[in-house]
Design a binder for this molecule. Sequence first.
Ligand SMILES: [Zn+2]
Length: 477
Amino acid sequence: MRRRSHNGMLAASIRQLSMQSARLLRSRPRLTLLGIGLLLIGLGLGVFLDDSKTASKSPQAVLEHGQNLTLPIDNNASAPVNLPILPSDSPVVEAIRVEQAAEPLTDQRNWQAVTISSGDNLGAIFKQRALSASLVHKIINLNDDTKRLTRLNVGEIIEIDYDDNGQFSALRRSNTEQDWLIIEQTGEQLSSHLVARAITSREREAKGVITGNLFTSGKQAGLRDALIMQLARIFGWDIDFALDIRRGDRFVVIYEEIWRDGEYLRDGEIVATSFVNRGDTFQALRFDAGNGTDYYAADGRPMRKAFLRTPLDFALVTSNFNPRRMHPVLKRVRPHNGVDYRAPTGTPVYATGDGTVIDSAYSNPNGNYVFIRHTNDIVTKYLHFSRRAVNKGQRVKQGQTIGYSGSTGLASAPHLHYEFVVGGVHRNPRTVDLPEAISLSAEQAQKLLAQHQNTLAVLAELDAGQQAMASSIAAGQ
Ligand SMILES: [Zn+2]
């Protein structure tokens, strides 16, 4: 195992965040200056964390372009560090929020917002505003859509508009993510409409180099939690994010953001992504082959495989596959036929493939254990559970929780011991070739390539831009 410097990792992580946060699309150059301003604030904060090890390597050496700026640092580092400014086509992610404020929702009505608190109902809200109880009654009984106003959620906002005489004119409530329920008073007439809201998706790009784990490095690249999990799921068949990733691994993501009425709503799907893991490049492209979207390599092979590489999310290794390992409890050499994932007691453990539970029981060495038989004469084994979640004979799906990690049986600390047995022979779960799902037809593979001609070019370009930095980070470990 190579030595890891946690201080160095932290410093490198923070500097990396400053240097190459997620980018907006090139279509927003007007935000660039603002982005650089925000970036400089970020640099000002980031520069305080560094140590002698990383300070000795100038970050400017790993960036091809951008001016240099010298900022004073007030910690024990001996010399100022030269910090590059991002090239002008790389605004930082903070600029998105500024844009939101600059494009407010325009509407002819003068809506007055009411935030629902505990115990509120429409009657009480109207009474507080000197609106009549009979009006509430009429609104609620107008139709099935308006009837739902009898159930308001704490924290939700409804909006009321008044006419020039201070009389009720309209009420608006978010009906679904995509539409408003609007109730309008015209003379004596009440009416309700569902009005579609402007939902748009925008493509974003982010890239990053691994300096810690996928989660921290993803955050540094400006990705939100759900998107990092999406990334981990897409590559989860190929890369063991708990054990296999290394400092200097790198990724690029092109993804969608969903905007509504000119405001950011949430992240959408990943469109295309690449991950370079210890020199091996993996690419995944979104494609709908007729059963909804899924992810494929550029040659049409599906990312999805018959087995997950890892039976749990982001964990830490205590011991790898090693037939000559000294057993930590027995203190003698005993073959270690699987992988140990250290994980806090209670961490959900997933079936790595579809199959049938052939054993779910307790024994002194194994503690609570589950064995699953899959097709192709493959058996997977999971030991030391604190609790089992499946019974013998039960059919399980890939990704289904089959138990929770623990330290029952011959275990010195809470961990999952995972074995992958092919035709009765133990194989290393981290490196064994996994059976693949069915590839796209030649015709569909061609469509995939045509669809992604541009995204493939963008992936390559973004990745090329961070190769040098990744090498430098990898060399520094
Ligand atoms: Zn073990």
